[in-house]
Design a protein around this ligand. Structure first.
Ligand SMILES: NC(=O)c1ccc[n+]([C@@H]2O[C@H](COP(=O)([O-])OP(=O)(O)OC[C@H]3O[C@@H](n4cnc5c(N)ncnc54)[C@H](O)[C@@H]3O)[C@@H](O)[C@H]2O)c1
Length: 333
């Protein structure tokens, strides 16, 4: 049994609370946030500082504060001797992610990241197909993320839409999709990207849409994404085109097998599930991994790969925009 405390009791902090309560080998000790209800069945603190001064029993702090605070909060917890389970993304740049891992290493502590869609049976199924070479040579990997984030979403939380706290739609909305590509393939490298702002330019500091070209091992990869879909989320999916089969998985939580046509493999549609919340599996894994003391699929090093990919995509997009603006100025001068 491992003892958990939660820093940040907003939307996802509450999901973690329930996941800890639902998990046999996890015990909830404290919840830390500015204004907490008085009837919580946990010790409450209004600041991280007061928690770190008083707490003697927490093994892992779940960091569920806005993206831009993860680095500071993780490092303060690690320096106080706590393992950390950080919500995605673990940070908004590679240097911060590496610093978190370096501090953990120095202190002999663990960093985990909330890449809980790795536990979807559909994702696990494809992982095994790739590992066992059941798909043969993989030619193409295609990621499509077409969602809606309306003005209310950006007004609801101060940190949404800002460069320094939110970091953009690849980090906040679509990082799970990038993570699953990283999970399936050994080496994933972003090679180009462009971004556009179709409908949020007056409300967000970053673009709402774009595409990313990448290489996944030897496969050609392409991701298109937007939060500008009319009215509501439309679809999100990942397609693999390979020598011995075609596979398409999807839905917001990557829990559905949408299409599969595989040589010598039948019944793959049966892996679809209605389960959407994989946080309980993640809490269980963090607790087990601390007992096992060996590698975990939620280890922080995998979360660094995610930050590397997205930060490269954002850099390519900025560079391409600059070239475009320069070309425009030259042609109009
Ligand atoms: N894994 C997932 O599927 C998933 C889903 C949604 C959000 N997230 C991530 O979870 C994190 C939180 O997102 P959210 O939607 O819950 O945001 P939120 O705004 O609903 O909650 C954040 C909470 O942190 C608290 N907080 C901020 N600064 C604090 C501080 N210094 N000390 C104590 N508390 C502080 C706020 O008061 C708020 O209650 C983000 O990193 C987000 O990207 C992950």
């Amino acid at each position: 049994m491992k003892n958990f405390s939660i820093l940040g009791y907003g939307h996802i902090g509450k999901v973690h609370e329930q996941a800890i309560r639902d998990t046999e080998n996890a015990n909830l000790i404290s919840i830390i946030d500015f204004n907490l209800p008085s009837d919580l069945d946990a010790i409450t603190y209004s600041t991280l500082e007061s928690f770190l001064q008083e707490d003697t029993t927490t093994d892992v702090v779940v960091i569920a504060t806005p993206n831009g605070l993860h680095r500071e909060h993780a490092i303060r917890c690690l320096k106080a001797g706590k393992n950390v389970f950080i919500e995605k993304p673990i940070s908004l740049n590679v240097a911060d992610a590496e610093e978190i891992l370096a501090v953990a290493n120095e202190k002999g502590l663990r960093v985990f990241s909330s890449m809980q869609l790795r536990f979807s049976p559909v994702v696990q199924y494809v992982k095994k197909l790739v590992e066992n070479n059941a798909l043969g040579k993989i030619h193409m990997v295609n990621v499509q993320c077409y969602w809606n984030r309306n003005r209310n979403y950006y007004k609801l939380r101060e940190w949404h839409g800002t460069d320094d706290m939110d970091g953009g739609v690849l980090y906040t909305q679509f990082s799970h999709f990038v993570d699953i590509i990283n999970y399936w393939f050994d080496e994933v490298k972003c090679v180009n990207s462009r971004s556009f702002n179709f409908s949020h330019s007056d409300i967000t500091e970053f673009d709402d849409s774009g595409y990313v070209d990448f290489i996944a091992d030897e496969a050609v990869g392409h991701m298109t994404y937007t939060t500008s879909v009319f009215n509501k989320n439309f679809e999100s999916n990942i397609t693999i085109i390979a020598e011995k089969g075609t596979i398409k998985i999807g839905d917001q939580y990557l829990n559905q097998m949408l299409y599969s046509d595989l040589k010598n493999v039948c019944c793959s549609n049966k892996v679809s599930t209605e389960q959407k919340n994989f946080h309980p599996e993640a809490i269980q894994e963090v607790s087990d991994a601390l007992f096992r003391k060996n590698e975990s699929i939620l280890d922080g090093k995998f979360a660094v790969d995610l930050v590397k990919f997205i930060s490269a995509a954002n850099d390519f997009a900025k560079e391409n925009k600059l070239h475009q603006m320069n070309a425009y100025e030259v042609s109009h001068s």
